[in-house]
Design a protein around this ligand. Structure first.
Ligand code: FE
Ligand code: FE
Ligand code: ZN
Length: 302
């Protein structure tokens, strides 16, 4: 019995596609992962390499990665809260659901959107209507609305996501993705994580939690900044994050790191390295590695 699904954001390249992403995840010791089909900002889509896809799924099986725990992230520019480019946004998401399914996955994380001046209530209404439209076509994909830091006019407090979920008709196709950095920056205290869980348990049910982004934060609680920090090295801290990762009620939920790459030194930002191998090792050991950053630099430069 697997008791921890722990992975990280990995890249996805046009040439190496899913197989490349799986290999990257395995190189970090992850048993799940998250990827963007293309890149976070990009809505250009290339045909799915079916040979590659088959090989990737077989490779995942060999290495005990369960596709139902793997997460796809929709591009940032998809905004369902306004009426701008409405048709494009809705059609893109319909097609993205098909692609997620074609790759063999079921989880699709989506930022709820920014109302850009329309006001929260109107924005929420727009999101609900758009999601109901997107989900008219039957799909096995579950869209997971991510909780946001509240930058600008972002929608995505826990309460707002709950309200949206309650109004989406196809309940089986909608859920929530918690991002610890975002929750903290939005003003929730993660030291009292049980009250966060309570909010969800009593409204939509804990089974609606489909993914958790386990990031530390560079800023104070309630700052609405959204700047991720390496696991245990920010204002949330190792023990609070560790408790969330190992929470008994969240056992089956994949935990995904979206922590920042580490640069060669504090000045040069051009060359930087993925922290995930070291963060995953540390989380599994359940003990903070005070030399994490130095260890990452040493590993990639020597
Ligand atoms: Fe996100
Ligand atoms: Fe996130
Ligand atoms: Zn973020």
């Amino acid at each position: 019995m697997e008791e921890l699904y722990l992975g990280c954001h990995v890249s996805f390249h046009r040439q190496t596609q899913l197989l490349g992403s799986v290999k990257e995840a395995l190189s970090y010791g992850a048993n799940t992962f998250m990827f963007y089909i293309s890149s976070p900002q990009n809505t250009t889509r290339y045909p799915i390499d079916l040979e590659n896809q088959k090989e990737a799924i077989a490779f995942m099986k060999t290495h005990k990665i369960d596709p139902s725990k793997v997460v796809v992230h929709a591009p940032y520019i998809i905004n369902l809260a306004t009426l701008k480019n409405r048709e494009f946004m809705i059609n893109f998401l319909k097609e993205e659901c098909k692609r997620v399914q074609a790759y063999g996955m079921t989880k699709l994380v989506l930022h709820p959107g920014s109302h850009v001046g329309l006001g929260k209530q109107k924005g929420i209404q727009n999101i609900i209507e758009a999601l109901n439209e997107v989900l008219k076509e039957p799909t096995s994909v579950v869209i997971l609305l991510e909780t946001m830091a509240g930058k600008g006019t972002e929608i995505g407090t826990i309460e707002e996501v709950i309200e949206i979920i309650k109004n989406v008709e196809k309940k089986e196709n909608i859920g929530i993705c918690l991002d610890t950095c975002h929750l903290h920056d939005a003003g929730y205290s993660l030291t009292y994580f049980s009250s966060v869980l309570n909010l969800i348990e009593t409204s939509i049910g804990l089974e609606k939690i489909g993914c958790i982004h386990v990031n530390d934060s560079k800023n104070e609680k309630g700052s609405h900044k959204d700047r991720h920090e390496n696991f245990g090295f920010g204002t949330i801290g190792f023990s609070v994050l560790e408790e969330i990762v190992y929470h008994p009620k969240l056992k089956n939920v994949p935990k995904i790191l979206e922590t920042p790459y580490v640069s060669v030194n504090d000045e040069e930002k051009k060359r930087s390295f993925p922290p995930y191998k070291f963060e995953i090792e540390m989380i599994k050991k359940k003990k903070k590695n005070q030399n994490l950053i130095e260890d990452i630099r040493k590993f990639y430069t020597s």
